[in-house]
Design a protein around this ligand. Structure first.
Ligand code: BYC
Ligand code: FE
Ligand code: FE
Length: 471
């Protein structure tokens, strides 16, 4: 289905036929633009950026690249195609026709899920607001801006659902999404990781690798929803998410590659002295971002999650590909727990374990990219491996938040853990050092900061020295 760009708000949902919704969205638009000016990228808003825009929701729809000034980006409402035959695929309503309207009895719960999802999108833009001032290249700056405009569009996706399906309280929630601020004392964003800072480009790549990947898994679970408009909007969001994780994986990979080059040229202990980021520092960043992102999946055992599932609102990853009864009332799932000072898997009701199962799927996916990073190190002939820290390390949500565990899964007492934590998590000194490498942006086409290798190829078959942002 093609996107209608003749409308003020591009869409493939026939917005012109729904006067009330069209009016609500057009009233929200200027508030969104005010928010974007205040909290979006701190600079370069008046520059032309080589961005992609969706022109249809199939795979070919992404072939549309061109120069756009960010405030003129066509944020719109794009849903994956409708399947008229679609059913609720799990929970108590399994087998019913998928809902085209909000089921009355689930209204509050569904709204809360949509608000929580929606809240993360502008939060990430706020967190990344100052990164353009220190971009390692125009290529990277362009990728940052692409991620930012798409996270802005993800906010549109959730606001469409709130305004289109939840009436007055939906409109109020849509306004509130523009009022909370990442890291704010009084009006923080809802979830923990979205109130952390993204102070430097290494943090940005780690965030897009680890935290956007939470986005992938949460969106995939919501894409299974029996509430069809939510399922369809999340399906399309997933196609945008893939690029964000690509930016993260290749960003970290290019830093690792450069680090290895410096190690081989100047000796393994002389990376920092030669303007690179040493592997132990990279490991500490991995430890931080993986642990903080794991918290985003909620508690190991959650009645909230069980209810979402039973109600048919939020499924498991690849729900329809799983071979079971999709009801889970009689199933067990092995959950990692601490028993007599050791970590073992204990069978728990599958229904209350759906958060944990999603976290397992997520951790496995994280490990795949780490293996690719380790290939880069191995190819450079260097004996070092990046590893994901233990599941229980540095957790703030769930059972493990009560205990102090090191990256290898050993339990410490509090004082001991605090004494050692600077070996395991980025220190103020690490942050200051990483920051010192990024004091100025690199603005010449084809030039890349010393701490990061150029990408293997450019965006949309352009060269790596293409003018991705016209200054
Ligand atoms: N921080 O039953 P529990 C993305 C609360 S990322 C603060 O275990 P539940 C993106 C919880 O609300 C994807 N509070 O949790 C990425 C509950 O509160 P109440 C975002 C937390 O509800 C990069 C209590 O603790 N999407 O798109 O099963 C860039 C007990 O919780 C946290 C979603 O998250 C936390 N980390 O699961 C841009 C999907 N964790 O009820 C974008 C929608 C838990 O006691 N959200 N709590 O007041 C959900 O599905 C669920 O809300 C969660 C939590 C999975 C987050
Ligand atoms: Fe997003
Ligand atoms: Fe994303």
């Amino acid at each position: 289905m093609n996107v209608d760009y003749s409308e003020k708000i591009p869409n493939n949902v026939n917005l012109s036929d729904d006067r009330r919704l069209k009016r609500a969205l057009e009233a929200w638009l200027p508030n969104y633009l005010d928010w974007w000016q205040e909290m979006g990228p701190a600079e370069y808003q008046d520059k032309e950026v080589y961005l992609r825009t969706a022109i249809s929701v199939d795979a070919k729809g992404w072939a549309n690249f061109g120069y756009v000034k960010m405030p003129e980006y066509r944020w719109g409402i794009f849903l994956a195609d409708k399947d008229e035959e679609r059913q609720v695929n799990f929970g108590d309503h399994k087998g019913d026709a998928a809902w085209q309207e909000v089921p009355g009895e689930y209204r509050g719960v569904l709204r809360r899920l949509i608000v929580t999802q929606g809240d993360t999108e502008p939060a990430s833009v706020e967190q990344q607001r100052h990164l353009c001032e220190t971009a390692p290249s125009l290529y990277d700056m362009r990728n940052l801006f692409q991620v930012n405009v798409e996270e802005g569009r993800h906010l549109w996706a959730m606001v469409y659902l709130l305004q289109g399906y939840f009436g007055r309280d939906g409109r109020e929630e849509a306004e509130a999404l523009l009022e909370r601020r990442s890291g704010d004392e009084d009006k923080p964003r809802i979830l923990g990781a979205f109130n952390e800072e993204t102070p430097d480009w290494l943090s940005f790549y780690m965030f897009t690798y680890f935290t956007d990947r939470d986005g992938k898994y949460q969106l995939a679970s919501l894409a299974e929803s029996g509430f069809d408009p939510l399922a369809r909007t999340c399906r399309f969001m997933l196609t945008e998410e893939a690029h964000h994780m690509f930016v993260g994986e290749t960003g970290v990979g290019r830093i690792i590659q450069r680090t290895c080059e410096l190690m081989n040229e100047f000796g393994p202990d002389n990376v920092r002295a030669n303007g690179g980021i040493d592997l132990p520092t990279l490991q500490r960043y991995v430890n931080f971002h993986f642990s903080v992102s794991q918290d985003l999946f909620g508690s190991e055992l959650s009645t909230n999650a069980a209810n979402y599932y039973t109600m048919g609102l939020k499924g498991r990853y690849d729900e329809t590909k799983i071979d079971d009864d999709h009801n889970l009332k009689n199933d067990a799932y092995p959950v990692l727990q601490l028993k007599q000072n050791s970590f073992i898997h204990v069978d728990q009701p599958a229904l209350t374990s759906v958060n944990e199962r999603l976290r397992d799927d997520y951790a496995e996916d994280c490990a795949r990219g780490v293996r690719r990073w380790n290939q880069i190190i191995k190819r450079a002939g260097i004996d070092f491996q990046i590893t994901l820290p233990h599941r229980a390390f540095h957790r703030a949500i769930g059972d493990f938040s009560e205990i102090d565990v090191d990256p290898w899964g050993n339990i410490h007492n509090r004082a001991d853990w605090e004494h050692h934590q600077h070996d395991w998590l980025p220190t103020d000194e690490d942050h200051a050092f990483v920051h010192s490498l990024m004091a100025k942006p690199v603005l010449e086409p084809g030039k890349y900061a010393n701490y990061i290798a150029p990408p293997a190829r450019g965006i949309n078959n352009q060269s790596v020295d293409f003018e991705y942002v016209r200054l």
